[in-house]
Design a protein around this ligand. Structure first.
Ligand code: ADP
Ligand code: ADP
Length: 232
């Protein structure tokens, strides 16, 4: 089984001469925690947006859990139908829903009864240290609190594929360590495929079981944290 497959995917933004993503092929299996590591502007976010369905490729195709969701020149499946959890800067919390409603919404798309739903929301509030914040609106949260709600929302329905774009970037040092530990623990329990984008080598080495080094729209290196750690 393959959670995610990219087949020679390219995207050049209108008006740009160089492709932001250039013939990238990639296969991710269930349970793999893949980190895409690269400097700012190398195309990491674009790659993630292609997987999520916020962009359509102008070459190649994207397959999620055996289903082709995008192919150049054809209409793509919209993001909300792709069964993925997302933590993106540009995919904000729903501003008019409380924290509890933000968390329960992904579960409402599933055949889960109300009691079970409420129980899972309670568990997420516990796990992500959101006590006392359930009835607040996103605008009433700190940056770090909002980021934890976003993470909880992405994971709560246990999707087979989770995409994260610099999810720890707005957190202070203490919270960042807590969330790193939380993400590390996640690797041991339920096993979605995770594709995690960062420019931070420490995060990559701690979290990834596989690290892809990205530069100028292309995959330069694909290996274990040890391979990447010992490379120059
Ligand atoms: P990263 O996430 O690694 O910082 P991005 O995927 O955001 O990289 O950007 C890759 C390249 O594409 C950069 O040169 C960036 O300026 C450009 N780019 C990103 N988004 C757009 C867009 N919507 N329109 C035009 N160019 C874009
Ligand atoms: P990130 O590095 O997290 O992608 P950025 O600050 O680079 O964040 O980009 C923020 C937003 O601006 C993104 O939605 C991206 O698509 C867009 N963007 C980035 N570069 C360009 C560009 N050269 N032209 C147009 N939009 C861009």
């Amino acid at each position: 089984r393959v959670a995610l497959e990219l087949r020679e995917v390219s995207l050049t933004y209108p008006g740009s001469r160089e492709p932001a993503v250039n013939e990238v092929s990639l296969c991710v299996r269930p349970g793999e925690f893949v980190v895409i590591l690269g400097p700012s502007g190398c195309g990491k976010s674009t790659l993630l947006r292609l997987i999520a369905g916020f962009e359509a490729p102008d070459r190649g195709e994207v397959v999620i859990a055996g289903r082709r969701v995008s192919r150049a020149g054809e209409e793509s499946l919209p993001p909300e139908k792709r069964k993925i959890g997302m933590v993106f800067q540009s995919y904000a919390l729903w501003p008019h829903k409380t924290v509890r409603k933000n968390l329960s919404f992904p579960l409402e798309q599933r055949p889960i009864g109300k009691n079970e739903r409420e129980k899972r929301v309670d568990e997420a509030i516990e796990r992500f240290q959101l006590h006392g914040l359930g009835h607040r609106l996103p605008a009433q949260l700190s940056g770090g609190q909002a980021q934890r709600v976003a993470l909880a929302r992405a994971l709560i329905a246990e999707p087979p594929l989770v995409l994260m774009d610099e999810p720890l970037s707005n957190l202070d040092a203490v919270l960042r360590q807590t969330m790193l530990e939380e993400l590390e623990a996640m690797k041991g329990s339920w096993a979605p495929a995770v594709v995690y984008v960062t420019h931070n080598r420490e995060e990559a080495i701690r979290l990834g079981n596989r690290i892809l080094v990205f530069q100028r729209g292309q995959l330069l290196q694909d290996g274990s944290p040890a391979d990447i750690y010992h490379s120059p």
